[in-house]
Design a protein around this ligand. Structure first.
Ligand code: GLY
Length: 397
């Protein structure tokens, strides 16, 4: 989780590596070279964001690039509805541009101090303030994160044992809804409980992870997207999908959130049941991948569009899972995923200022199909940095 060492190393590498990074795979996969490529793409993005006077409007964040487009579509972040608001600041922190990262991050501060809109507050704050805190250990950022964790925790329903994901959709689902993606937001609670926040935040996170483990998976450890509980009694009512192909199919990014989420919860809590579950949900995913590229289709029941974002999330999780479990096979899988994301047809190269292409946002809604999306880039870069950190650690052994 702490990329400080990797980033410091990369900044040195960035000055010493002079080879131009191209779409051509001229020397095999190199995580260091791909990070340098990401830094170049970030520079490209920033220069596109500057107006003729050189000014950037930090309220507008790069969100996606369509299949026929070559420039980022921007979204406003002065509304809590933009769930992807934290990813571009996070990319900037990871790429080592702390000045621009801090400016984009600042625009999200208000979210910690107003009633929560939905569970995505976690995604937003983890990408921005937590990634920033990992770099600067700022007391100010810590206070924002602690406030945000308390705000996020207001979504917890002790009867159901999970946090409500979408308050606006309670009526639509007929109850307290929790989506698998919510596992990622537990990091904000777990981090806060380790940094001066209430111990209750950790209890909430673990209760959420435990309830999700019992109610949100099929017998084969593949996940449902949505679990619905009675808002009053907390009773588990039913499971369904929102972004997958069907209620009983495995939505690729949903399973990716489960893999990343349980790995992260184990990393913070050291409770073995989370490690065991992380391995189980990972094995269910890996054993169903369609081919040797290790990039899934957006849903495991389909064979039309791949989802590079799911592969990037899983790659990042598997680098950590390999360390935590001591199983090198997970690291080998992560490397294969990253290697394939780092070459055509996935790498954006000169074509677009994103890092990678071919993600699917929400197929049932018909949005962001075959797009570059900022979270795919975020997890791709995070995975590369984690890999470098592990490789350096192993080299010193
Ligand atoms: N958290 C929303 C998604 O994965 O699309």
């Amino acid at each position: 989780m702490n990329h400080k060492t990797a980033i410091a190393t990369l900044l040195i590498l960035a000055t010493s590596i002079t080879a131009c990074v191209t779409e051509k795979n001229d020397g095999g996969f190199s995580a260091e070279r791909q990070v340098e490529y990401c830094q170049q793409q970030v520079e490209r993005t920033l220069s596109e964001l500057r107006d003729s006077t050189g000014r950037i409007d930090y309220v507008m964040t790069p969100r996606n690039i369509g299949p026929q487009e070559h420039h980022w579509n921007l979204r406003r972040v002065d509304t809590p509805e933009e769930w992807c608001a934290g990813f571009f600041p996070g990319i900037l922190w990871m790429a080592g541009d702390s000045i621009e990262a801090a400016r984009f991050t600042e625009k999200l501060r208000y979210l910690a101090y107003q009633p929560v809109y939905d569970h995505d507050l976690g995604f937003i704050m983890i990408g921005s303030f937590l990634k920033g805190w990992e770099q600067n250990q700022s007391e100010d950022y810590k206070q924002v994160l602690l406030a945000a964790a308390d705000t996020l925790a207001t979504l917890f329903n002790p009867k159901a044992g999970t946090m409500l994901s979408w308050p606006r959709n309670v009526r639509m689902f007929g109850g307290h809804n929790t989506i698998m993606d919510n596992m990622i937001n537990l990091e904000l609670l777990l981090w806060a409980s380790q940094h001066g926040g209430s111990p209750r935040l950790k209890e909430i996170a673990m209760t959420h992870a435990d309830t999700t483990m019992s109610c949100h998976f099929r017998n084969d450890a593949t996940s449902y997207h949505v679990a619905v509980y009675d808002s009053i009694t907390g009773e588990h009512k039913y499971n369904c999908t929102h972004q997958g192909a069907g209620d009983e199919t495995m939505w690729a990014r949903g399973q990716a959130w489960a893999i990343y989420g349980y790995t992260m919860v184990y990393q913070y809590t050291h409770e073995k049941r989370y490690l065991d579950w992380a391995e189980k949900v990972t094995d269910a995913y890996l054993s169903s991948l369609p081919d040797s590229t290790r990039i899934p289709y957006w849903d495991f029941s389909r064979d039309d569009f791949r989802d590079a974002s799911a592969a990037a999330i899983v790659a990042s999780a598997l680098v950590n899972l390999s360390e935590l479990s001591g199983k090198k096979a997970y690291l080998d899988e992560a490397k294969t995923m990253l290697e394939n994301l780092s070459k055509p047809p996935y790498i954006s190269g000169k074509e677009k200022p994103s890092f990678i292409m071919h993600s699917v946002g929400n197929m049932p809604a018909g949005t962001e199909i075959d797009y570059s999306i900022n979270y795919a880039d975020y997890y791709y870069l995070e995975a590369l940095l984690r890999l470098i950190e592990i490789q350096e650690k192993n080299a010193k052994k």
